[in-house]
Write a protein that binds this ligand. Structure first.
Ligand SMILES: Nc1ncnc2c1ncn2[C@@H]1O[C@H](COP(=O)(O)OP(=O)(O)OP(=O)(O)O)[C@@H](O)[C@H]1O
Ligand SMILES: [Mg+2]
Length: 361
């Protein structure tokens, strides 16, 4: 029997890593400079190399690491093409895509946690889009029940009942990327119903369907997201996840983007803001975001506002049509309470922007 081709690679730098992948797989590795922001390279027609520089053992040491994943074929997703997300290019940071691809390769369930708008959902959507995989995305909430996610008995006429799979069961049965959103907004009943899927048995038991055992499809991968529970004022309704439960997931914390990466992403998404006359406004907007993030991290009770990429993009979308301050009002400022408005005016906008603030209410 022929040994399986290697899937995980490491090398002193990214160029050597790509050369190694090319030599070992016998396939051409795309140069694709243009996608350098996501750390993904096409390998032949059907595979992708996800790579990142990862800290080595010694101080300051870095190692390039990569994992090779096959894209889904047309037959595997047949009839489910609409579930493959269409997304804009992702701005990778902190080796997020590599770590997510690695979890995909090893079939490790991952819980992504971080503030609202840092790109948790976008990361998983992007991976599914690159792999051309169907995405089953489920928003959990306080009223979610196992009926909603696992399935329930429904009347089928003539006094008969029929079990209808919930979204989780559908993904587990047929394969796909399963994304459970807001994991800590739901209750224990839902967490417990997923235990079998997350432990070694990797199966769901459909109690209402004569205890049918649905084993995890070889192409099913499980991801979840949650907002940090330590910020109860920011995310009301979220619960502390028990250690026993978290043990069943690997976890990846997603932080705010660094300024350089945030700027590059902003200008790619909104090319009209790259014009010379917009430069000062763009820098001011980035400064507003960065200063707000520092203030949140210093004290979420004095500054209960999360200025992540999501807010910045919503703001940027309106800037070309309204100008920065009216766009800020429409995007986030006008719904703040009076105290937070004053903090934004006097401690954020006044320090980070050259704008005339008299137009702010
Ligand atoms: N690294 C990134 N690259 C590209 N786009 C990003 C990135 N981070 C965030 N975004 C953009 O910011 C917006 C918010 O991202 P997303 O919805 O994924 O946040 P989230 O972390 O899932 O937030 P929530 O906790 O509210 O669900 C999206 O429109 C996405 O396009
Ligand atoms: Mg989300």
């Amino acid at each position: 029997m022929r040994a399986a081709a290697p899937r995980a690679f490491s090398a002193p730098d990214l160029a050597e890593l790509r050369a190694q992948v090319g030599a070992r797989s016998g396939l051409p590795v795309d140069e694709r400079e243009a996608t350098a922001h996501d750390g993904v390279w096409a390998v032949g027609d059907d595979s992708l190399l996800f790579a990142a520089l990862v800290a080595g053992e010694r101080p300051g040491e870095q190692l390039a690491r990569g994992v090779l994943l096959d894209k889904w074929g047309a037959a595997a997703r047949a009839g489910r093409e609409d579930l493959v997300p269409q997304v804009e290019p992702y701005q990778d940071h902190d080796g997020l895509l590599y770590r997510t691809a690695l979890a995909y390769h090893l079939d490790i369930p991952v819980a992504f946690h971080g503030h609202t708008g840092v790109g948790k959902t976008e990361l998983v959507r992007y991976l599914a889009c690159l792999l051309q995989a169907p995405l089953y995305r489920l928003n959990l909430h306080g009223l979610s029940t196992t009926d909603d996610i696992i399935g329930k008995l429904l009347p089928a006429g003539a006094g008969e009942v029929r079990f209808q799979d919930g979204l989780v069961t559908t993904a587990v049965r047929h394969g796909g990327v399963l994304l459970l959103e807001e994991l800590n907004a739901t209750g224990q009943e839902v967490w417990f119903s997923l235990h079998g899927l997350l432990d070694q048995s990797r199966a769901l038991v459909l109690v209402e369907k004569d205890n049918e055992v649905v084993r995890q499809h070889p192409n099913c991968r499980i991801f979840s997201t949650f907002n940090p529970p330590e910020f109860l004022t920011l995310y009301p309704g979220t619960k502390e996840l028990s250690t026993a439960y978290l043990r069943r997931w690997a976890s990846i914390r997603i932080g705010f983007l660094e300024r350089e990466a945030e700027r590059a992403l902003l200008l790619r998404r909104f090319p009209e803001l790259a014009a010379e006359e917009c430069r000062a406004d763009v820098e001011a907007m980035l400064e507003v975001a960065a200063l707000s993030q520092v203030m949140l991290e210093q004290s979420a009770s004095s500054f209960p506002f999360v200025f992540a990429t999501g807010v910045l993009h919503a703001w940027a979308r309106l800037v070309p049509y309204l100008g920065p301050l009216p766009a800020a009002r429409m995007t986030f400022y006008d719904v703040l309470d009076e105290r937070l408005k004053a903090v934004f005016r006097e401690q954020v906008f006044a320090y980070s922007t050259p704008w005339d603030l008299s137009a702010l209410g």
